[in-house]
Design a protein around this ligand. Structure first.
Ligand code: SF4
Length: 1001
């Protein structure tokens, strides 16, 4: 690969070309624009990095080849080891082998619970989906829910109680802990601390309260770096009460996102993505109902990429911008200085918001200071949006304050009254707490410390006791959804190890013997035998009906929005949860580590992200090693140049630079840097006085930005509403839509019965990657590790490509295109296979016969879409983990309906043929013919925006048939006459200069 020097050179060349307007249309990377040798390499050769498996000299190569030939000749007569299988002698009454069962449950992530339906096969959970009954999910999910399944079977989970560095038992722990609490009882619990994450579970909260009743002087402190604290603080400023904000985008004609990533991160993201996308696609040729989103962008995000107009601003200019907008709208707040170059935007926005009073909404980013939230909500109140597009409810978090303040208070209190016992339930505060050294001292000083945790980590290593925590699929519980709705959590499997949930743990500390199920039943009023039937009925749905929080009446106090002191100028920092590993809680999850981050396509690492202008200032390019310092805090990291980041702004993500937590965290070299060390506890999301300095050397990253690049025109179709109205197909002028000559027999593709096809709407796709990881979970797709990704060997069957249009400093458009196999009717991969391992089914599926594949990879070479994936190594081997240890639990992760592919085999998207077959069997069994919607592919099911539609083209009434005749429908690289069965709908954007001016008229 190229060194940092030449990367910088290509960046400069690309910037120049883009600025001069010599690049027309969409571009994917700086390397592509500058036509760098690196890009050429990836374009011409799918796997340019074939330095290969081993570094061999000629002599060793000959030896290796000799051995390989011998082994190949033996492979034909391979003898499998003798293994005994045991028949199902006593079949449980309610279990039919081979038939999936579905159970409703829930998962708490990012400050709210999400209702899920989890599929179980022969007693083991194998796939997570959203619960259609839950308002927070509506049947869709996100990357974190999908990948949470891996954590259940993760061989690195803490499996046994550890005392010091030795294995102990729960009995020993209970004995010591209860003795400690017995002593504390005499002081009413003084000196005892419960340290938790955010608590959004009513039953968990009830348990904490029970503990505090038993030990009234004990302290409960919550700390959670993902808790949306600025929302509560901001509303407290404006309304004098800590309140949660719940949005409704269905009725919003105009949306202003203030550096918010509400479509991807935070409570309600899946629901918000559905609501937002319900107004993003024209209905046929009617574009009158489209919403319009403006985005202030400090850090490019999934949400700002979906916006129609974007204004890049430094983080500390966001508040002055909102203040100037509020003043312009007539809100009596203290005026500040209007940020440079934003006057026109403020005028435009004010006009748009005024014209859509009660039909617009302002959404502030969770990482921004409370004042930004207060100003945003003040605008919402002033414009009459409350009750229409936004409402306020009591907080979801029972702790009401999960900021670092609680732990700081603890440290102060410890100076007066020493702390005797600390029970840490979940989380990893010794890593995630900014300025964690005082917590470390506190833990070292306390005589009794215990950490209930899923993995041994930085915090548990400081505690005397490390205690295994149950996974959510192993335990009873409940949680509050983004709107306060209660979802129940039922286990699908008995704990794999001797572990306890938080509810059970507190019960154990109190020495009582209720089960977690009994606790949950009691808390929700289903106690005893009488409540059992009603409880069962609730469990079937998973949601307590009518349980969402009511709206709170609010009275804004605009006078509270005083002008804050001026902040220093210079470079500024934004610290965000990582888009795949969040605060590091998913750091040992290879599915998420290998999932390309939506805006950078980076895998396995974090980086210091800057825009092209700032990169030039510091004289560094992507992969150059830099030092970043914020006031007196300093880290070293790789630089990554990302279009759209404002000048003088640096973006970093949490979750990396960890020292413990599992094999994926600590093996394979260092994994990024620790952004928590750069945070200021008083303002964790935004930092000032930042310096970035280029150092010698570089840090190799595994970005898939230029992997699987396609050659050809008309890859992306996009246009504004005005362009769409003038030409609904949005096809470029050069597109030839006539007849193509073919070597294949002409005419309709011969089919028998169904004609399976897929349509993907680019107007709806937000690039969240839920489809990619859902496909991975469904189809047993392996992770390959950072080194293999650097060689282009990632295995995802559906990738999401990202394109830009316009200048690299402030792209006018960012667009995503999911790419599964196109299932071409004239499939270029098929005629080149020497052993006919890839063939066509009568229903139009382009199939792979794994047993026949000999690994020549001609098919992949001949695929213009680059959607075929080759198993260079035995990636799918789950008998041992990455470190060669026996890992029996990993085998439980596989979907038994899908073949596990071995080394040397080509694979690719099958349109989830196992789901097609299972629906076919069900239809045969019941006698009811297959109807549209009976078959839902894994990617389609997970997609929160419903951008993907699968169905039967032979059914004229099916959705996919109708979408094929939509004027926006087009086939990718259709001029190659491949006749793809997967087609796209062009993206329509709605910027204000093409305004149909609904509100204004
Ligand atoms: S198609 Fe994939 S990337 Fe696009 S919105 Fe749906 S799930 Fe997200």
């Amino acid at each position: 690969m190229e060194n940092g020097e030449s990367k910088r050179m290509w960046l400069q060349k690309a910037r120049k070309l883009l600025k001069s307007g010599q690049v027309d249309g969409f571009w994917r990377s700086f390397e592509q624009v500058a036509n760098s040798p690196e890009y050429e390499k990836w374009l011409e050769d799918e796997f340019p990095e074939r330095s290969s498996l081993f570094e061999l000299d000629r002599r060793n190569f000959m030896k290796f080849m000799g051995a390989a030939t011998l082994m190949a000749s033996l492979a034909g007569c391979r003898r499998l080891p003798k293994e005994q299988i045991v028949p199902f002698v006593k079949q449980p009454e309610d279990s039919v082998p081979g038939v999936r069962k579905r159970y409703a449950t829930s998962f708490v992530s990012q400050g709210a619970a999400m209702g899920l339906v989890v599929e179980s096969r022969e007693g083991r959970p194998i796939k997570v989906e959203g619960n259609p009954e839950h308002s927070g999910s509506l049947g869709s999910s996100d990357v974190f829910c999908q990948a949470s399944l891996y954590d259940l079977y993760d061989p690195d989970r803490l499996k046994a109680v550890q005392r010091g560095r030795s294995t102990a038992s729960w009995d020993q722990f209970w004995k010591e802990a209860r003795a400690q609490l017995q002593v504390a009882k005499e002081k009413n619990g003084q000196g005892v601390v419960l340290l938790t994450e955010s608590v959004v579970s009513p039953s968990y909260h009830a348990q904490i309260q029970k503990f505090l009743q038993a030990f009234p002087e004990a302290k409960w402190v919550a700390y959670d770096p993902l808790a949306p604290m600025n929302v509560l603080y901001g509303n407290d400023l404006l309304f004098d009460r800590k309140l949660n904000a719940v949005y409704d985008f269905r009725g919003a004609d105009v949306i202003l996102s203030v550096d918010s990533d509400f479509l991807y991160l935070g409570p309600g993201a899946v629901r918000y993505a559905r609501e937002f996308s319900s107004r993003r696609a024209p209905q046929g040729t009617d574009a009158s109902k489209l919403n319009r989103m403006f985005a202030i962008q400090c850090a490019p995000s999934v949400t700002s990429a979906a916006a129609d107009e974007v204004l890049a601003l430094k983080p500390t200019l966001v508040e002055p911008f909102l203040r100037a907008l509020a003043v312009r709208l007539g809100i009596p707040v203290a005026p500040g200085d209007t940020p440079p170059k934003s006057g026109e935007w403020i005028e435009k926005l004010a006009a748009q918001l005024q014209a859509t009073r009660g039909r617009c909404v302002v959404v502030p980013g969770l990482h921004h200071r409370p004042m930004v939230h207060a100003l945003a909500q003040a605008i919402n109140v002033h414009l009459g949006n409350v009750g229409a597009t936004v409402r306020y409810t009591q907080p979801l978090d029972f702790a009401e304050d999960a900021s670092a303040d609680g732990v700081s208070g603890l440290q102060r209190a410890a100076r007066q009254n020493p702390i005797d016992a600390v029970f840490i339930l979940g989380g990893n505060p010794a890593y995630t707490l900014p300025g964690a050294s005082s917590l470390v001292r506190l833990l070292e000083a306390a005589p009794f410390t215990a950490h209930l945790t899923s993995h041994a980590n930085e915090t548990s290593e400081l505690c005397r006791w490390e205690l295994p925590l149950s996974h959510y699929l192993e335990s009873w519980g409940d949680g509050l959804g983004y709107d306060g709705s209660t979802v129940l959590q039922q286990p699908l499997i008995a704990p794999l190890y001797h572990s306890f949930s938080e509810i059970e743990f507190i019960e154990g500390l109190l020495g009582s013997h209720r089960t977690a199920r009994e606790v949950v039943k009691e808390v929700h009023g289903f106690a005893g035998v009488q409540g059992e039937d009603r409880f069962q009925a609730m469990l079937e749905k998973g949601v307590l009906p009518g349980s969402e929080f009511g709206s709170e009446q609010v009275r804004p106090n605009f006078e509270a929005l005083e002008l804050p002191p001026a902040l220093p100028s210079g470079f500024e920092l934004i610290v965000l949860p990582d888009p795949t590993v969040l605060d590091g809680r998913f750091a040992n999850n290879p599915w998420l580590q290998e999932l390309p981050k939506p805006m950078s396509s980076l895998t396995w690492d974090n980086a210091v992200y800057v825009g092209p202008a700032m990169a030039e200032r510091i004289g560094a390019g992507t992969e150059d090693k830099v030092s970043i310092s914020v006031q007196n805090r300093k880290e070293e990291a790789a630089l990554f140049v990302m279009p759209g980041i404002p000048d003088e702004t640096v973006v970093v993500h949490m979750g990396y630079g960890r020292k413990a937590g599992g094999m994926w965290v600590t093996s394979d070299g260092p994994r990024g840097f620790n952004a928590f060390l750069l945070m200021n506890p008083a303002s964790p999301g935004v930092g000032t006085r930042v310096a970035v300095v280029k150092l010698e050397g570089k840090v190799p990253l595994a970005s898939v930005q230029v992997h699987h690049s396609m050659e050809g025109k008309d890859i992306i179709r996009s246009g504004t509403v005005a362009e769409f109205q003038a030409k609904p197909s949005l096809a470029p002028e050069y597109v030839h839509e006539g007849h193509f000559d073919s070597l294949y027999p002409e005419g309709e593709f011969e089919h028998d019965g169904h004609k399976w096809a897929m349509s993907i709407d680019l107007s709806l796709c937000i690039g969240c990657n839920a489809c990619t990881i859902a496909c991975q979970a469904e189809n047993n797709i392996p992770s390959v590790g950072k080194t293999q990704v650097q060689r282009g060997r990632e295995m995802h069957w559906i990738r999401v490509d990202r394109y830009y249009k316009g200048s690299p400093d402030a792209p006018e458009q960012t667009l995503f295109q999911p790419l599964p196999c196109m299932h071409c009717e004239n499939a270029p991969c098929e005629p080149v296979c020497p052993v006919a391992a890839t063939t066509h089914s009568k229903e139009g599926l382009n199939q792979m016969v794994y047993n026949r594949c000999v690994g020549t990879r001609y098919c992949s070479n001949n695929c213009p879409y680059k959607v075929r994936r080759f198993n260079y190594l035995n990636f799918a081997d789950k008998t041992t983990d990455k470190l060669g240890r026996d890992a029996p639990t990993l085998r439980l992760l596989n979907n038994p309906d899908v073949t596990v592919r071995g080394r040397g085999v080509m694979e690719k998207c099958t349109f989830c043929v196992q789901r097609i077959n299972s629906a076919r069997i069900e239809s045969k069994r019941t006698g009811a013919p297959l109807k549209d919607g009976d078959i839902v592919t894994a990617c389609q099911q997970a997609c929160p925006t419903q951008a993907i539609v699968f169905g039967d083209l032979s059914d004229p009434a099916s959705r996919v048939t109708k979408l094929r005749s939509d004027p926006r429908s087009y086939g990718l690289l259709a001029d190659l006459n491949t006749r793809p069965r997967t087609t796209y709908l062009a993206k329509v954007t709605n910027p204000s200069n093409t305004l149909s001016e609904r509100g204004a008229s």
